[in-house]
Structure formats: structure tokens, C-alpha cells
Design a protein around this ligand. Structure first.
Ligand code: SF4
Ligand code: SF4
Ligand code: FES
Length: 279
């Protein structure tokens, strides 16, 4: 690149920095602008939105704004978080009505001309303010039949697996248990079928076990009955909100549905099962 080219690139960087500062409302002196937030305050007996304003600047995420509001005007505001890096799954909430991780939702991506609403996940009971009781999810996980490996392939206790089989389940292992997919699923959120449907997060967990090249447990009957896979009508809303970009419906739920159909509705398999039962 010529010296002239370098100068023009530098000027572009300076100008785009100025434009970004203008968009975020920063003046030349680095002063930040103020934005409004409607934050749900309450507990299991009820609550309401309260409005707060705080200063915002380039690079801030919703969790930063909530922490500022806590420090400046609402010391008793309850919010759950741990890593601030999108990896612990603790800061799940609804931002402008969408299930999101607060620590990964940049204010730059929101319309700050209007108040930003921040409320707890609706599929779970509220504890206080932005904190919900997600313990139902841990109880569901305990109900799922555990990993059961086949006997080792070699006398030294090791197994042989095709790399493609190993790769297939890696995607499911990225789950951070944020439960945003559970929150957005209409079967849980709107129809409250918590007793009959385990939800997309745990269908991902079952897929990770069922497709594991060593696992020999058969969970097809539970999928159809206790886990309620039939309630899922493949709307793909869960896939759209997953912060780990797990293709929940196409790669986990649809193959599990196919497995259930193969096991329970395939006439040949039914005959074999009947024959086995009689013999
Ligand atoms: S695809 Fe199935 S599990 Fe996912 S949100 Fe829709 S109904 Fe729920
Ligand atoms: S599958 Fe995705 S959205 Fe659901 S709990 Fe795991 S990381 Fe969160
Ligand atoms: S604080 Fe850990 S995911 Fe947001």
C-alpha cells in the first residue's frame, strides 16, 4: 500500500470512530448520553415496570446498564449473573420482549430513542425482579436416563469410534443451560406444559445421549410419553434464540422424532417387538 493509501485508510477509521460516537450520543469531549430502561420489579406475588435512566456509552451491554442502575438508583434490584462473557447462562432475561443474555446484548443494537424493557423470563416462576426460579429444569434433567456405554471394544478398556459420529454430538455439548430456548417455547411459555414436556434444552440433552456413539440406552418410549416430544411442532423459535447457535430443531429434535416414529410406528419393527414378547 502507498503512503497515500495508508493516509486515506487512517482518515476513514477516524471518521467512522466519529460517526460511532455520534450514534452513541458521545460528544467530542467523550460525554455519554442518557437512556431510559423499564425494569420489572416485583416477586411471586406480583410486580410492575419501573423506569430508570442511566448514562450509556459505546460498548455497553444491557447487564452494564442494569449494574449502573443498581449502583445509582436501585440498590435492591435483584439480577443474576456470573461470567459476563456469555458462558455461564445466568443472566437470561427478556429484553424488549426477546429472550436474551443480558451480558451479550449490546446497547448499540437497540433503539435507545425508546425505553428498553428488561423483564424476567416468563416461562419460570419469578423470585425477585429479574431473577426467576429455574429449578424445574434441574429436576427434568434428573429424570432423563443417564449415559450408558457399551462394553469396551478392546481388552485395555478402550473404545473405537468413527470421527464423524463423535463430531455429530459436539454441537449439543456447547449448551450453557441458559434456558432461553425453554423460555421462548410456546409449549412451556404459553401452555405451561411443564409436567408433560421437557422442552428444547432437554431434547438437545437427549439427542446428545441418543446419538453418542457409545451409548446403548434406548429413550424412544420416554421421548414419546414422559418427555412429550409430540408437543413440539417444529416452530424453530428455540433455535432462533440460542446464544450458542445450536441448531436445536433440525439437528436434535427432528432426528429424535424420526427415531420415535421408527421405533413405534414402523410396522416391521412392531411385528418384531410382538414376536419377541410372545417368544
Ligand atoms: S421447535 Fe419445538 S421445542 Fe422449539 S420452540 Fe418450537 S415447539 Fe418448542
Ligand atoms: S440449547 Fe441454547 S438456548 Fe437452550 S439452554 Fe442450551 S444454550 Fe441456552
Ligand atoms: S453473565 Fe454469564 S452468560 Fe451472562
Amino acid at each position: 500500500m502507498t503512503a497515500g493509501g495508508t493516509t486515506s485508510v487512517s482518515r476513514e477509521i477516524v471518521e467512522s470512530g466519529q460517526r460511532a460516537a455520534e450514534r452513541s450520543g458521545e460528544s467530542a469531549g467523550g460525554e455519554s448520553k442518557r437512556a431510559a430502561f423499564r425494569v420489572w420489579r416485583g416477586d411471586s406475588s406480583g410486580g410492575a415496570f419501573e423506569e430508570y435512566t442511566t448514562s450509556v456509552s459505546e460498548g455497553m451491554v444491557v447487564l452494564d446498564a442494569i449494574h449502573q442502575i443498581q449502583a445509582e438508583s436501585a440498590n435492591d434490584l435483584a439480577v443474576r449473573w456470573n461470567c459476563k462473557a456469555g458462558k455461564c447462562g445466568s443472566c437470561s432475561a427478556e429484553v424488549n420482549g426477546m429472550p436474551r443474555l443480558m451480558c451479550m446484548t449490546r446497547l448499540n443494537d437497540l433503539d435507545l430513542e425508546k425505553a428498553v424493557t428488561v423483564e424476567p423470563m416468563r416461562a419460570f416462576p419469578p423470585v425477585r425482579d429479574l431473577v426467576t426460579d429455574v429449578s424445574w429444569n434441574f429436576a427434568v434433567k434428573k429424570r432423563i436416563a443417564k449415559f450408558k456405554p457399551r462394553i469396551p471394544d478392546a481388552p485395555d478398556g478402550t473404545w473405537r469410534m468413527a470421527q464423524s459420529d463423535v463430531d455429530r454430538v459436539q454441537e449439543f455439548r456447547k449448551c450453557i443451560e441458559c434456558f432461553l430456548c425453554q423460555d421462548t417455547c410456546h409449549v412451556l411459555r404459553d401452555h405451561q406444559k411443564h409436567d408433560e414436556f421437557i422442552g428444547p434444552r432437554f431434547l438437545v440433552h437427549v439427542a446428545a445421549l441418543e446419538m453418542h456413539p457409545l451409548d446403548i440406552e434406548n429413550r424412544a418410549a420416554e421421548l414419546r410419553q414422559a418427555y412429550g416430544i409430540g408437543y413440539c411442532n417444529i416452530t424453530k423459535c428455540c433455535t432462533r434464540v440460542c446464544p450458542e447457535n445450536i441448531t436445536i430443531t433440525d439437528n436434535a429434535i427432528i432426528p429424535l422424532k424420526e427415531r420415535v416414529v421408527d421405533e413405534h410406528y414402523d410396522p416391521l419393527r412392531r411385528l418384531v417387538r410382538l414376536f419377541r414378547r410372545k417368544s
